[in-house]
Design a protein around this ligand. Structure first.
Ligand SMILES: [Mg+2]
Length: 328
């Protein structure tokens, strides 16, 4: 990784507003772009991807995939992220910034009832409990072995709201709460803390390594040990599985070993298997590092709901700025 080696995070009050806004939008749009790009090759192997698209692999918005998506359409990852994004913008505009988990739960149930074509098993079971009356803060699976990646794939809006450094406790609180309607195991929910600390620190101008150290410092002992082991092992690719741990570590690997948003996300989705979600998590982190302006135009041009995401991301970033009195 060659970009953003300068650590600007000590200078957050002066680090340019428009650069931070570009990075906040980059995280939201990056998530949706990575998801849409990966949807084409979900449930395939890297070898099958090369056989189908050549040695450079899957690099374009093609649609198709297991659920025959139209070109540029995103999947459940970004559909659920949109629920969280709209919920946080809504509470922020009502003057009560922060996550209202019951409001988020109502949006998830409406989405669940709309009959989306793909939905993770953990999420499906949890949303059935939520719909049947379990409170949103308790409907996620608390079994420690329930470690799927269905919460970390949608978490970025929390970091966009609480991007300012003085709001790290709120960021951690709402990252955990944003997972609760569907996931409650330590590994699954703290994956959201790790990803969101990375995103917020990158928006504020931290280097990748500084952001990683701060993520380690803010998460619990299980994730801290996993991040330290991964670091000591040379930050390897951990495979594109549906598990939160390997998804986050592979996403970090893809960002760390490339030098642009485009390269990071292409590397992520070409691991196949859970390609849309590894693409989404890589995209939310790489987007915060490089900004919306670095996302290839050929991908953005066809992205479903592009303008809606830009408008909502801008609104949520501004709510966070106004809270801290650090607006433009
Ligand atoms: Mg998906």
């Amino acid at each position: 990784m060659i970009s953003n080696n300068t650590d600007n995070s000590q200078n957050t009050n002066t680090f340019a507003y428009n650069i931070r806004l570009d990075r906040a939008k980059g995280s939201i749009l990056g998530l949706a772009v990575g998801d849409a790009l990966g949807s084409t090759v979900e449930f395939t192997t890297p070898e099958q991807i090369k056989a189908r698209y050549g040695l450079s692999g899957q690099t374009e918005m093609r649609g198709g995939g297991a659920f025959n998506w139209p070109v540029g359409h995103y999947t459940d990852d970004s559909q659920m992220m949109l629920c969280l994004l709209e919920s946080l913008v809504s509470t922020g505009r009502e003057g009560r910034a922060g996550l209202d988990v019951d409001d988020l739960g109502r949006r998830f149930v409406a989405w669940y009832c709309s009959g989306p074509p793909d939905m993770g098993i953990t999420t499906r079971l949890a949303l059935a409990r939520l719909k049947a009356g379990t409170p949103a803060a308790l409907s996620g699976d608390a079994n420690p072995d329930s470690q799927a990646n269905g919460a970390v794939m949608r978490c970025a809006p929390v970091a966009v709201l609480w991007h300012r450094p003085e709001y790290r406790p709120e960021l951690v609180r709402d990252s955990l709460l944003s997972a609760a309607p569907t996931h409650r195991s330590v590994i699954a929910v703290e994956a959201c803390v790790v990803a969101n600390i990375m995103i917020a620190e990158l928006i504020e101008g931290a280097s990748f390594d500084t952001a990683l150290e701060r993520a380690k410092a803010r998460t619990g002992p299980e994730w801290r040990a996993e991040l330290e082991n991964w670091d000591r092992a040379g930050r390897p690719h951990r495979g594109n599985t549906g598990w939160a741990l390997s998804t986050v570590l592979t996403a970090l690997h893809c960002v760390d070993t490339t030098s642009s948003f485009e390269e990071a996300v292409i590397k992520a989705v070409n691991g196949g298997h859970d390609a849309d979600t590894v693409g989404a998590v890589t995209g939310e982190i790489a987007g915060a590092l490089y900004g919306l302006s670095a996302i290839p135009g050929r991908w953005l041009e066809v992205l479903q709901d592009r303008e809606k995401f830009i408008e909502l991301a801008t609104g949520l970033f501004q709510i966070g700025e106004n809270l801290s009195g650090a607006g433009e």
